[in-house]
Design a protein around this ligand. Structure first.
Ligand SMILES: Cc1cc2nc3c(=O)[nH]c(=O)nc-3n(C[C@H](O)[C@H](O)[C@H](O)COP(=O)(O)O)c2cc1C
Length: 200
């Protein structure tokens, strides 16, 4: 699959088969991730690869909790009760339970920018790891492995850190759930270009 086909055929996958992802594929995904551009040319990212069943179960339980928190307590207009119930039912049926999770951390341990620009430094680290995540997502997809980028763990980082045990000074930036798709992906529509771009 070439890059263009990977980009235009990918969509988020949230229901996975239980088949494990071969080690060589995991390595290829991680290597694609760290080929991404990174701010300052310094690799201030760290990835925790979650394969063991007990850790995956623990992450899945937390993901369910984090999604409910998001739907009911984070949004200014929370999801209607009925939608939350349906979402919980889908999660209880296995949505987000994956044979592989990759948690991405940014290294805030040794700041390089002066205090005045520390917010920009943090943004750059997030942008860098976002580029790494996208590389991983596309590399995985090119091998038939679906994924979803999950942001809700950021609303309860401490609980995820207890399971993931990152090195000191790291901040959780997101989690990718990966696996072979259990359902055929549907492409989600995008606004037409003329609504989101202008030429000058
Ligand atoms: C920063 C970020 C955070 C996201 N967080 C979640 C999440 O917590 N749960 C989830 O189901 N999807 C999450 N997604 C996936 C988006 O919902 C999805 O990419 C979007 O709806 C577009 O659909 P598509 O990826 O199928 O094109 C996230 C995506 C990004 C980029």
């Amino acid at each position: 699959m070439d890059v263009s086909e990977a980009i235009f055929s990918r969509s988020s996958i949230r229901m996975f088969k239980s088949d494990p992802i071969p080690d060589e594929a995991i390595t290829k995904i991680l290597e694609a991730g760290i080929r991404a551009p990174m701010a300052g040319g310094i690799e201030r990212w760290y990835f925790v690869v979650v394969r063991s069943e007990d850790k995956r179960r623990a992450i899945y339980e937390l993901l369910k909790k984090a999604h409910v928190l998001y739907a009911t307590k984070v949004l200014r207009t929370p999801y209607p009760e009925e939608s939350v119930k349906k979402w919980i039912a889908r999660m209880e049926a296995g949505m987000y339970y994956a044979p592989l999770y990759i948690a991405g951390y940014i290294d805030l341990g040794s700041p390089r920018y002066i205090d005045e620009y520390s917010d920009i430094e943090r943004i750059f680290l997030y942008q860098s790891i976002a580029a790494a995540f996208e590389n991983m997502i596309l590399m995985a997809w090119s091998m038939g492995i679906g994924s979803v980028w999950i942001g809700v763990p950021l609303f309860m980082r401490e609980e995820f850190d207890k399971v993931l045990e990152p090195p000191q000074g790291m901040e959780l930036a997101g989690i990718l759930a990966l696996g072979y798709p259990a359902v055929q992906p549907k492409l989600k529509k995008r606004k037409p270009l003329n609504e989101t771009t202008k030429y000058i």
